[in-house]
Design a protein around this ligand. Structure first.
Ligand code: ADP
Ligand code: MG
Length: 286
């Protein structure tokens, strides 16, 4: 049977935006000493907007590049895809249907659009595999290269905003003695800027999905009790490895299935409540 005090706490938790899927995760939340945040959708709003576009190839206008990128991204649930499709819609561009769509986890997406192979890719992947030229973004945005038939054709710059609650939540966690870490596949400049603005203890960027898992294991090997937040399909293995997996409500269903706790409102401040309730509940029982 569920002890009454726990049942009551679960109700209180729900009122604070926490869905407790696994009672053990809730019970253990008081042990958390390290909080690993995935950037997009928890610390940031998760709504990417295209703020700049450039074409390196006179064959394509900027709008044509955007339309091709949008075609490749049409089926994707990634926040970058949503931002690209929104911009194409805003500019009323015609977006073709793509075929042979291949999601490259943590790297980008590739598809066949008409006779062209279109790849929308991260800077690391585009530079390592296609010699894409470096672009100075001043650290303000997430750069996505558009590679057409293996040739860098241009880029789209996207930006996301910090959630207003993030700074306060991080500050509170640090005051509670919890080490805060940012773990993201996004580029080092963007990640560094977020880390600095929020005063996070550690920033780990440009990691592939399997590397997220390795980073969680490494923290655990240091003897840390790790909670991790995540929103994407890519985050599922790392969420499962963490001592406590926290899925962001606005994220993919797979992340939510893997996690013990769901942040229904995607609000990082609710993690502060989680730890507080966990402590209060299990103190009463002892
Ligand atoms: P995060 O850790 O922020 O969730 P991901 O692991 O999902 O990041 O992706 C890492 C990087 O790979 C992104 O910043 C982006 O550059 C690239 N990427 C991944 N999926 C896509 C996609 N569908 N479209 C464009 N770029 C993508
Ligand atoms: Mg993600």
């Amino acid at each position: 049977a569920v002890p009454l005090v726990v049942a009551r706490s679960t109700t209180i938790a729900a009122q604070h935006g926490l869905l407790i899927k696994d009672r053990t995760a809730f019970e253990n939340s008081r042990k958390i000493d390290t909080l690993v945040f995935d950037k997009t959708g928890t610390l940031t709003v998760g709504k990417f907007e295209v703020t700049a576009m450039e074409s390196f190839d006179s064959t394509y206008s900027k709008e044509q590049l955007l339309a091709l990128a949008a075609a490749a991204e049409q089926q994707s649930e990634h926040p970058i895809a949503t931002g690209i499709l929104a911009k194409a819609k805003e500019l009323q561009l015609q977006v073709s249907t793509a075929g042979d769509v291949q999601a490259l986890a943590g790297k980008g997406i590739q598809a066949k659009v008409g006779n062209d192979t279109v790849l929308v890719a991260s800077p690391v992947y585009a530079q390592e595999h296609f010699h894409a030229p470096a672009v100075n973004t001043d650290g303000t945005g997430t750069l996505s290269y558009v590679i057409i038939n293996d040739k860098p054709a241009g880029y789209l710059l996207l930006s996301d905003e910090l959630r207003p609650e993030s700074a306060g939540a991080v500050q509170q966690l640090r005051q509670d003695g919890i080490t805060t870490v940012l773990l993201t596949g996004d580029n080092k400049k963007v990640a560094g800027a977020v880390g600095q603005k929020l005063q996070l203890d550690k920033v780990i960027a440009e990691v592939l999905p399997h590397e997220k898992l390795e980073q969680i294991k490494a923290l655990q090997q240091e003897g840390r009790y790790v909670a991790m937040t995540g929103d994407g399909i890519n985050d599922a293995p790392a969420l499962a490895q963490a001592n406590i997996g926290i899925a962001v409500g606005s994220g993919s269903d797979i992340a939510a299935e893997t996690a013990g706790i769901v942040l229904v409102n995607s609000n990082p401040a609710d993690i502060v409540s989680l730890i507080k309730f966990g402590k209060a509940t299990y103190r009463k029982m002892i």
